[in-house]
Design a protein around this ligand. Structure first.
Ligand code: C5P
Length: 310
């Protein structure tokens, strides 16, 4: 068995988030395109002989108890292994803002599956890990696979994209004092848009097909920037002042291609032709973001999810 392992857990942004309708299990049926970015947490794990699974974190505000997806992933993996005596110490370095719509918690949980599968020498296949990830959260299979993926169902059904999008630059902003509850965002979506939801599998299948065929995901037109769509933005932005401010400032950045909120928010991002352009735009605008209370980052697209690092 390996003594210690380190796993990188990248954040994601939504290039497309379309709410199709309500499912009988209470979740929403979605059609999404998600993209990993190089803003990442880091999870270090080592074996412990005491049979305990313990988590610590460099961010004091974050719960390290059984509600943390890292702990839930570790417990599930141990339970499925049948070796109840397995223990581990896990330490999380948080860089991805919490409650931001960037899947930071889900990515940490995916990282725990990757790390402990290696540390404990369990040898589960990627498919097996993905099935466990889907039990833990809708975004977790994506966080395991990473890169760019079409995500259907609750978000857990992944399909590869016909043509990888260009590697664009990203300027990302978030007010550190604001977080959005994902269940709240979806319930507001149902309240405000429920009358227009699609209501049968045939209609869902048609929308999935439309997204697969979208021009910007097509090999011949892959150089086009993603149009960006987020149905949750329409319900979250009007009720969240920091999202409105963020979108306004991002839209004003010279050279930006498109701007949108990510996931259920409140983080928002602008796309640029490349990382250098994003870096330069952020250098020029960092003070104006800070003045209105927004933290800011420049990032790149990355082609992987939670992964072991040397
Ligand atoms: O799967 P996850 O635990 O991340 O979902 C959190 C919450 O977000 C769910 O309990 C549900 O309220 C909402 N949700 C939804 N439809 C989805 C994904 C999430 O309604 N496809």
């Amino acid at each position: 068995m390996t003594a210690t392992v380190r796993v990188t857990a990248p954040a994601k942004i939504n290039l497309h988030l379309e709410v199709l309708g309500q499912r009988s299990d209470g979740f929403h049926e979605l059609a999404m395109v998600m993209q990993s970015i190089d803003l990442a947490d880091q999870l270090d794990c080592s074996n412990s002989a005491d049979g305990l699974i313990q988590l610590s974190c460099d961010q004091p505000g974050l719960s390290c108890g059984s509600d943390n997806l890292v702990m839930r992933a570790a417990e599930l993996l141990r339970q499925r292994s049948g070796f109840n005596e397995l223990g581990a110490h896990l330490h999380l370095r948080k860089r991805i803002p919490i409650g931001a719509g960037l899947a930071g918690g889900s990515s940490d949980g995916a990282a725990a599956l990757v790390a402990l599968n290696t540390l404990w020498g369990l040898g589960h296949s990627q498919d097996h890990l993905r099935a466990m990830a889907a039990e833990l959260g809708s975004d977790m299979p994506f966080c395991l696979a990473g890169g760019i993926q079409l995500c259907f169902g609750r978000g857990e059904c992944l399909e590869s994209v016909p043509a990888a999008a260009q590697s664009l630059g990203v300027v990302l902003v978030k007010d550190p004092t604001v977080s959005v509850s994902t269940p709240w965002a979806y319930s507001e979506c149902r309240r405000l848009k429920g009358d227009h939801y699609l209501s049968n599998e045939e209609a869902f299948a048609q929308r999935r097909q439309d997204l697969r065929a979208a021009l910007w995901l097509n090999p011949l037109r892959a150089a086009e920037p993603p149009p960006l769509r987020n149905d949750l933005q329409d319900v979250v932005a009007p009720q969240t002042a920091s999202v409105q401010t963020a979108l306004r400032l991002l839209q004003d950045l010279p050279g930006q291609l498109r701007t949108a909120m990510s996931g259920s928010g409140p983080s928002c991002f602008a796309l640029f032709p490349n990382r250098l352009d994003a870096d330069q735009a952020l250098d020029a605008a960092r003070d104006s973001f800070a003045k209105v209370g927004l933290d800011s980052w420049s990032c790149s697209f990355v082609g992987h999810g939670a992964k072991l690092t040397p």
